[in-house]
Design a protein around this ligand. Structure first.
Ligand code: MN
Length: 237
């Protein structure tokens, strides 16, 4: 994909928009004179752990600009609107997810909260010049759980590719063993007894600008060149 397209010009605009939006949220949280319960204790978007173009060419700056600046930001903006003035306004993000999971009348809240969390976790699951050999302790876990690093990667790839429709592929820790699972839409292993170690976003917005319908090419390229095994190992704890 040609990155000298007008989309790159859009990126700096998106970023300004994002900074203004963030400044607005902070300002609204600091407004004096309002009763405490009416103040918006807004959640903010963590910065990307790398530059917009740092994952290029596996994930282009164009994809990253829309994915982080529009999609991820959109979930957070919706979430802040939904929690304003409610019992959820002062809760940490993880608590909101756990408190709303599986509740039909809280679906919008859950979806936006879980998508906000899932995306931050996804950015941390990637790094420039990632992939390659996992650190020894993770490698040993992969070998005892799947037989080999390659078998683990293959299962992660086929599970992520096989998720029907929008969702996520995950490497998780389940009772001391590694497992690979997939979730649909905003669902997240955070609400289960499994501990998420890393994730791959397989919503079409994660890859369509760069790979169109070729989800497998995106997933395999991420696993070979961007996946952050060190982050996964940190999460093993
Ligand atoms: Mn996404």
């Amino acid at each position: 994909m040609n990155h000298a397209t007008p989309h790159n010009a859009d990126l700096s605009f998106d970023r300004r928009g994002f900074l203004l939006a963030t400044a607005g949220l902070v300002a609204s949280a600091m407004l004096g004179g309002l009763p405490r319960s009416a103040q918006a204790a807004s959640l903010t978007l963590p910065s990307l752990p790398f530059a917009d173009n740092a994952l290029d060419p596996v994930i282009s700056a164009n994809t990253l600009g829309f994915h982080y600046g529009k999609h991820h930001m959109g979930y957070l903006t919706n979430l802040n609107k939904l929690i304003a003035g409610t019992e959820f306004a002062d809760m940490p993000l993880e608590k909101i997810i756990l408190a709303t999971a599986g509740k039909a009348n809280k679906a919008a809240l859950f979806n936006n909260a879980a998508q906000t969390w899932n995306h931050s976790f996804y950015w941390n699951s990637l790094k420039p010049k990632g992939g390659g050999e996992p650190p020894l302790a993770l490698k040993q876990l992969m070998e005892s759980s799947f037989g080999s690093v390659d078998a683990c990667k293959k299962e992660l790839a086929s599970t992520a590719v096989g998720q029907f429709g929008s969702g996520w592929g995950w490497l998780v820790l389940d009772g001391g063993k590694l497992k690979v699972v997939k979730t649909g839409n905003a669902e997240t292993p955070l609400t289960s007894s499994m501990k998420p170690l890393l994730t791959i976003d397989v919503w079409e917005h994660a890859y369509y600008l760069d790979y169109q319908n070729r989800r497998a090419d995106y997933v395999n390229a991420v696993l070979d060149k961007l996946i952050n095994w060190e982050f996964a190992l940190q999460n093993v704890g």
